[in-house]
Design a protein around this ligand. Structure first.
Ligand code: AMP
Length: 425
């Protein structure tokens, strides 16, 4: 038997109702903040991620699904393509390609699958889903303003509250600008030099390639060493410090609680200034439900115009998982309002009635005229229908139908024209 590939999974009903619940809440909330949807391709040129995410990140160096595409002629050299491991690079590519800068400030969101070859575990998959939103535009449109950072964070708090997730925590940091980072990296390398040999293999590698990533280390024995390392906030220049303070002031004013975490540096190379993460109590080790930050130099790194931006990616798999603690999929899925049971030879009349009722936004399950009445009742009960509606020759002649409430057992005859209202009520 062929099974789903390791690290991928089927999302099945009724759980998919929770996914729809999350996505439609996200769409509603985003609309209130004047965000619009963008859909970018699932695969892109490999170079986009190498440049946009960063060669030395774990994502690019070891987690991407990359292949060489065949050229048109057998002799053509193929193009290197990659399944998108995250959404921001593709969105910024589209921003540049379609000259979205001409529209001023762009507020864009995107929902879809991402691919990373990580070791699968609970809450970590090789195909997973992200709900991603970005604010990007020329600085003249205000895209650099701390007001945008705060707006994005407040929007996230609103979305999580709307979903009924009370137990979230927002952690905030500033990773400064490239200038701050150069100095910080230097200081970090220096501080790591005498101690790195006592650290885990990953940290020894990070100390050489990307010292910032040492802060992601979860190995308990390394923690006392990491505690002694310098922190990025000691290296922020005046402009970055003021920016960060302004973000915090607005959050306080609008009442979004947060805590500062000076170890939060995040994995992607292009982050500048504000970096953040929301965690949720229910999730255990993989407790980050979303992360994001500013990326003021990304557009230029991809060959575009200066376009400061800030964005986030919600891990939808994890969001749904923490939601399941409280909200059952059943409670957000819609069961049939009525099951129509056609008597022998009555499939056509039953279909006609179903068509009319479905146009009243009712959920109708349609049976089959080969079923005996007993089997129809069983099917209606299994489907969770509220009513069963019997369509026989007598009913069609009288233009009134037997409608039975499957919860109370009450049965009445209802004229065709009153059926929709009766079932809705
Ligand atoms: P990142 O793009 O790495 O900043 O991740 C943003 C969010 O996506 C994380 O907070 C996770 O919730 C989610 N995420 C990242 N990688 C995975 C994965 N392999 N499986 C499931 N969720 C993931």
């Amino acid at each position: 038997m062929i099974k789903a590939v390791r690290g991928t999974r089927d999302l099945l009903p009724p759980e998919t109702a929770l996914w729809n619940f999350v996505e439609s809440a996200a769409r509603d909330v985003f609309r209130a903040y004047n965000f619009q949807e963008i859909r970018t391709p699932i695969f892109e040129e490999t170079a986009l991620f190498a440049r946009g995410v960063g060669e030395e990140t774990d994502i690019v160096s070891k987690e991407m699904y990359t292949w060489e595409d065949r050229g048109r002629a057998a002799s053509d050299k193929g193009q290197s393509l990659t399944l998108r491991p995250e959404a921001t690079a593709g969105i910024v590519r589209a921003y540049i390609e379609h000259k979205l800068a001409d529209r001023g400030l762009n507020k864009l969101y995107c929902i879809g699958p991402m691919f990373r070859r990580e070791r699968p575990q609970k809450g970590r998959y090789r195909q997973f889903y992200q709900i991603d939103a970005e604010i990007i535009g020329p600085a003249s449109a205000g895209s650099e303003s701390p007001a945008r950072d705060a707006e994005l964070l407040e929007m996230l708090a609103t979305l999580l509250d709307r979903l009924g997730m009370t137990d979230w925590k927002l952690q905030l940091n500033s990773v400064g600008c490239p200038n701050d980072r150069t100095q910080f990296n230097q200081a970090l390398r220096q501080a790591l030099e005498p101690v790195k040999d006592k650290m885990c293999a990953d940290c020894q590698r990070r100390a050489l390639t990307n010292p910032l990533r040492v802060f992601d280390c979860k190995v308990p024995e390394d923690q006392p060493i990491i505690e002694t390392l310098p922190r990025i906030n000691q290296f922020l220049d005046e402009a970055c410090r003021t920016h960060f303070e302004a973000v915090q002031a607005i959050l306080k004013k609008v009442g979004v609680p947060f805590s500062l975490n000076d170890r939060l540096v995040r994995g992607l190379a292009y982050y500048t200034r504000t970096a953040f993460e929301f965690t949720h109590g229910a999730l255990g080790a993989q407790n980050a439900i979303l992360g994001g930050g500013r990326y003021d130099g990304l557009s230029e790194a991809l060959g575009g115009p200066p376009a400061p931006g800030i964005g986030f990616a919600i891990g939808e798999d994890r969001l749904v998982m923490s939601l399941e603690e409280k909200t059952s999929a059943e409670s957000v899925s819609r069961k049939p309002d009525a099951y129509i049971a056609p008597m022998a030879g009555m499939n056509g009349d039953a279909a006609r009635l179903a068509r009319a009722l479905r146009r009243h936004d009712l959920v109708i399950e349609l049976g089959d005229d080969s079923f005996r009445l007993k089997k129809s009742f069983e099917a209606a009960t299994r489907a969770g229908a509220k009513y069963i509606l019997i369509v026989g020759e007598d009913e069609v002649k009288a233009d009134a139908f037997a409608l039975k409430n499957l919860r109370t057992g009450e049965q009445i005859s209802v004229p065709r024209g009153d059926l929709a209202r009766r079932i809705q009520g």
